[in-house]
Design a protein around this ligand. Structure first.
Ligand code: CDP
Ligand code: CDP
Length: 216
């Protein structure tokens, strides 16, 4: 295996590893290993089987029984496409929990090393250059301030995710209004002698002007 070239790209979330790894693999015509995606698929499997995320032995025993594949830009778990499941927040949180367990990391080592195939591989993650491919001739570590990385993530939220979030927020707001309005004690409602101002199509300055005008 060791004669097959590897370029490793490690660093924290949002440093730009995945993007650069993809561009590099494209340019060189090499394979790519998104090791974070492997950890994420393992986390999805653990969540689905209801395994306690701190139960190191059960998790380590589960991993070799899984069929984790990547083809045509999708992630697969036991023949089922899990591309969108591995990108949600529940999965992200579960992933970082199981990734902290040594036996889990050991169980995923061979699977990751098997991606080392001719003509070469670009591997991105956290420990590609330190643990998985320590003999790689070219290693990079990308980083950036937490503020910049958070801003990048925010921009990454697709329009679809944003509208799904908006939909959730509308439901939350309606449910809360409903509870506040219908409670027997001091429910939400305008006083009989209150001026009702609908702010839907007013900006803050216009609302303020209306209030001042009314007081005057
Ligand atoms: O895309 P992002 O950088 O946010 O995360 P990722 O690369 O998909 O990795 C998700 C999580 O998996 C990381 O936060 C780490 O906890 C874990 N991970 C790891 O421990 N070792 C790796 N080589 C890759 C990922
Ligand atoms: O894989 P990792 O989590 O390190 O980062 P990424 O998914 O490659 O990059 C996160 C986002 O930051 C992507 O939308 C990139 O296009 C963007 N980015 C950027 O705007 N400028 C950079 N120098 C690097 C990444």
């Amino acid at each position: 295996h060791n004669t097959i070239p590897v370029i490793t790209i490690d660093g924290p979330a949002g440093a730009g590893k995945g993007t650069i790894a993809c561009m590099l693999a494209d340019k060189l015509g090499w394979h790519m290993l998104d090791s974070g995606a492997i950890y994420r698929v393992a986390a999805v499997a653990a969540l689905r089987r209801g395994v306690n995320l701190q139960d190191e032995n059960t998790l380590a025993a589960l991993i070799p029984t899984l069929n984790i594949e990547f083809k045509e830009g999708d992630a697969w778990l036991d023949g089922e496409k899990v591309t969108s499941d591995i990108r949600n927040e529940i999965c992200a949180s579960a992933t970082s929990q199981i990734a902290a367990l040594p036996a889990v990391r050991a169980a995923l080592l061979t699977l990751q090393r098997n991606f080392r195939q001719l003509p070469g591989i670009v591997a991105d993650g956290r420990d590609m250059g330190t643990v998985v491919f320590p003999d790689a001739p070219h290693k990079f570590y990308l980083t950036a301030s937490a503020e910049i990385r958070a801003e990048r993530r925010l921009k990454q939220l697709s329009q679809q995710e944003l509208s799904a979030k908006l939909c959730d927020l509308i439901q939350d707001i309606n449910a809360r209004d409903e509870r506040d309005t219908n409670r027997p004690v001091a429910p939400l409602k305008p006083a009989a002698d209150a001026l009702v101002i609908d702010t839907s199509s007013l900006d803050q300055a216009e609302v303020f002007a209306t209030v001042l005008h009314y007081i005057a």
